[in-house]
Design a protein around this ligand. Sequence first.
Ligand SMILES: *[C@@H]1O[C@H](CO)[C@@H](O)[C@H](O)[C@H]1NC(C)=O
Ligand SMILES: *[C@@H]1O[C@H](CO)[C@@H](O)[C@H](O)[C@H]1NC(C)=O
Ligand SMILES: *[C@@H]1O[C@H](CO)[C@@H](O)[C@H](O)[C@H]1NC(C)=O
Ligand SMILES: CC(=O)N[C@H]1CO[C@H](CO)[C@@H](O)[C@@H]1O
Length: 780
Amino acid sequence: MGWFSQTLLGVATLPGTLLLLGSAALPLAGRENSTPARLGLGYLCTNRSVLFFGHRGFLGFRSLYLDEYRDRLFIGGKDVLYSLLLDGASADAKEIYWPPRPGQTEECFQKGKDPETDCANYVRVLHPYNRTHLLACGTGAFHPMCTFIYVGHRGEHTFSLDPARVETGRGRCPHEPSRAFASTVIGGELYSGLTADFLGRDAGVFRSMGTRSALRTEVDQRLLNDPKFVAAHLIPDNDDWDNDKAYFFFTEKVVEADSKEHAIFSRVGRVCVNDAGGQRVLVNKWSTFNKARLVCSVPGPGGIDTYFDELEDVFLLRTKDGKSPEIYALFSTVSHVFQGSAVCVYRMADIREVFNGPFAHRESPQHRWGAYEGRVPYPRPGVCPSKTTNQPRQQYSSTKDFPDEVLHFARAHPLMYKAVHPRHRRPLLVKTDLPHRLRQLVVDRVEAEDGHHDILFLGTDAGSVLKVVVTQKTSSAMTEEVILEELQVFKMPVSITQMEISVKRQTLYVGSSLAMAQVRLHQCESYGTACAECCLARDPYCAWDGTACTHYQPSGKRRHRRQDARHSNPVHPCLENLTVDDFESVEEKVLYGAEENSTFLECVPRSPQASVQWFVQRPPDEQRDEVKTDERILQTEHGLLFRKLHRHDAGIYYCKTLEHGFTQTVARISLEVIASEQLAHTFPRGRGDGLPHLLCPKPRLAPQAPKTWFKDIMHLISSQNLRQVEEYCAHLWCSSRSHHRKSKLAQAKLVLAGVDVAKKGRTAKAHSERNRVPRQAPAT
Ligand SMILES: *[C@@H]1O[C@H](CO)[C@@H](O)[C@H](O)[C@H]1NC(C)=O
Ligand SMILES: *[C@@H]1O[C@H](CO)[C@@H](O)[C@H](O)[C@H]1NC(C)=O
Ligand SMILES: *[C@@H]1O[C@H](CO)[C@@H](O)[C@H](O)[C@H]1NC(C)=O
Ligand SMILES: CC(=O)N[C@H]1CO[C@H](CO)[C@@H](O)[C@@H]1O
């Protein structure tokens, strides 16, 4: 047991509308015409991802630490911890069983918690602690506990827990298995933002472990009002360690809003790492805590902005010096009007400027909030004690030396007056009318032929990950984004709760409560076998190397790489191979249709932006004519549907796609029409009233498909739900692989050849379709 390679299904439908910045719905000045998203889809049944369910088949995944130094992946789950070698086989996984302490499960149950879901030890904290140990904390059946895990030095694979060294986890780890919280280890101390009591009311920012006395925020709604913590990070200010600060990203209920419109705001809060609390005031409490609002909004008509106030996730794109990471934040709306998500990017310089700016102030709860304009005591609250504050005349070497006046002011003015606005004052990405919510965000900055691109991986609450490339237009601050892929990582529609990226390994680690998945960042060969297709995919990870679409490495030796992520214009990079008379270049498939019955010639372009044209050649005629459609012959998104086949429909059908001047024949189908008289002989009575038919396109490696029945397909098509057809096919192909020997039924003459058109991977989630797949031919 351990890692399971699994099918990764591309999803056929375009996932919602991508609003380019300032689209019609949310207009912005100076917008450019939007380019529709192009989906580059993975193969139908390839194993691009590998799943780990743990040794008991259910992981209860809660935490993850990717250790690129030791080349290991540490996972915290329900009563369990794992250590996996990143390059090793699953057999190498080491496990530590870590259940609640004796008696805790019963106590948890007696206090009215659910024994199945709550009364276990969910490992929620997993951080590197020092050179040999990790810090791990678990909920301990609503009785949090922490311990150190010995993981050894680099090159070793040891993994052990000393049960004698388990200590309390209160203020370090939540009681609940799933309540939002954030933590990080800085200098052997744990910084955490959470609710620290059984009832989930005592919210605060805590510091514990290490040798200094523990600190926390005071219980005061002005400081934190029902917060939901999302992330915690150390971000140094400058080279002086004394100025190091821990930043917390969270949402909370609003106290300062003058209007009642927004009940929740997103915040960035920070404390000095060397905060020691006050001497007479704020004893063992933070004396340097400040917070500011994080704004992510889109200007709308009539000056009414659309706000994305619910912070979902934060990703730090680290710079070399570590002081100015770019902060990518994923938000969703809590508005009743529409559902949507947005990604905003913040610069540390802007965040610091807000913290250096005026404090928010109001005389009394009846007054309005304004900027504090009086005298601010020295050292200014929020400033860390350092060489600057520790001058011969004013010796403030610790927050314990700060005058009471400073601490009183700090306590009364935790909030900054100005809000932090994102780069360019607008989101990088806005997505609305999505079928599911975006929960997690990871960013990879990729060097490509034409400069760098930000690739966003967005984890949904439906087990999938969207891969989106955001490109800065050279001429302006405008951005353009393209959804490259939607990867269905988990078959069940579970929420993705954590994602980590290894650029070194070109792998994404995706966690949901069920399992943990490793997913390759790219699969360039899936974009097709032509230069133009590779370029049209616009995936900065991929480029045409002269013979195939392969992973692009900027340092690679190959000179003549062709790629165009910025413009999606294949004409430029793939000039010589554009206009090809390739009518005969694809393999011909034979399809039999019964006269007077309906039949379907499938052809799905690899890109939804391509337009499709059908041509037919009716022997002995040499000429290819464009197929004329009418109410009998319909051109659908997925192919040509003959509602009632005539004898004269027989011929060779060509499906050609056109995109950005790039034309390509993607299917060549020879349609033979079986006359009604003939048909009566071929089908013995009782074999069904339909024509066995393979509508589903065959993936490359798939074996012969089991027999499916035309009736089922027609039923699905007539239900107007082509997505169902996709799902049906996905299930058919992905589930039939192991059974294929048996299913090589003596194929009757009329079991028709599959239409092996270019439908690579263009399929959908199969999970919900289990019950719909007929095991046998339907009875008549
Ligand atoms: C799936 O991955 C495994 C391990 O990487 C490999 O051995 C196997 O051949 C792959 N299967 C396919 C169909 O690519
Ligand atoms: C790491 O921390 C643990 C727990 O405090 C301690 O036992 C161990 O000696 C430390 N190791 C090093 C190398 O400092
Ligand atoms: C064009 O096609 C030729 C022959 O098929 C091939 O050798 C060459 O590499 C192709 N060039 C590009 C840019 O795709
Ligand atoms: C599947 C289907 O529509 N089958 C029909 C084919 O045509 C014959 C008569 O021409 C019908 O009896 C079948 O039901």
